[in-house]
Design a binder for this molecule. Sequence first.
Ligand SMILES: [Zn+2]
Length: 405
Amino acid sequence: MGKLNRTYTDHELKIMKEALNEVMTKYETNNDYILERESDKKSFLYLFKGLFPKKRTCIIPECKNRSVRNSHTIQKAHSLKIIAEGNHIYSPIFNKKTLKLEMTRLGINQASTFPGFCSKHERIFSILENSKDVDSEEAVRLQIFRTISRELVVKKSELSQLLAMKDHYLKFRKKKISELFYAASSEKISNMAFPKSITLDFEDKNLAAMNDEIEKVSSDIPFFTSNFFEPLYRFIFFDGFSDDPLYIYKIEDSNKIPVTLAGRGSFHIEKDGVQHEIHAILNILPLVDRTAFYIAVELKNREFLEYYIAIFQQTGLPGLNLAETWMMRGSDHWFIQPSVWDELEDDRKEQVLKDVLDVGHHIAEIYDYSIFNSLRRKLTATHEEACESADPEVRRQIDSEISKL
Ligand SMILES: [Zn+2]
């Protein structure tokens, strides 16, 4: 209830109480009541400053140096170049002006860059950019380390922006409720003072969503730091850790799948009646004549990961299904060959961009629609030729792949 500057009569106080009740009832019934003005709604979107923080420090523990602006998560000289056309690739990026996720054309110099390491630590990764052997054990561990590092930089920036947004929202809400209350009562009360402090402790749906997200990101950061980043950091930077701290599974596909991805995903597996959520670091690296998939989990989750891989091995086109599922249910940090995207029908493009935003699935749920249409057509035709006297199981797998087109 408001504290007011002058003394009001009992009648005036009654009017105010009714006005405040009316405003609060409207707001509690429809939480967006205070956000009805388009400009208010937009003011929140403009708070979002992009994925990365302005102040950048090297992510390596104890290093206080400023990070370079553009560390590549995915090697420019290899994976990105292999799928690029005219040195460009496409990536799904949220457009603040149109408020839509859009497939955006990027040069390979910008693609996958983030402010992660200082110039001294960045040099460790020059082995990656310069080496031809991109899938050597050393290169793969550096690649996974960079992927985790980027995830952490993104998460930390996300957390500080969420906290700033919540703060902005609480101030905005207080001001808005005060204005609405003042508008509803001041016409009936002469010389009414603008209320200075209205205390609100109601958690509306916008606030609840922000609080949920803050809680999630706040717990993700220490989890990924202590279970993925730090063990791999010690493994790479110090001697004496001869055993891999993570379980890394490599899947090779003999086809050139025109996408590269570096991010994280999680899958749910049930064992002995208990649901386990397993977090994984995902990388898809296109090579000159094939595609390498890497999935890294904590050592204790080895068995779950093998079970996960088996799900895909039971499909007709494991590589394509893994790629599409990781892109749609795992990370949105991926880059696709422009002509592959351009040849999709508009309906499919729309569906894919909508599904990228849908976070209600995990990476053990195979994506239902085809993205790599030409390759899927070619491979299913080859399979069909190869199995003239169709084994019913193979036939079922081929049909299932065709139905995704
Ligand atoms: Zn450093």
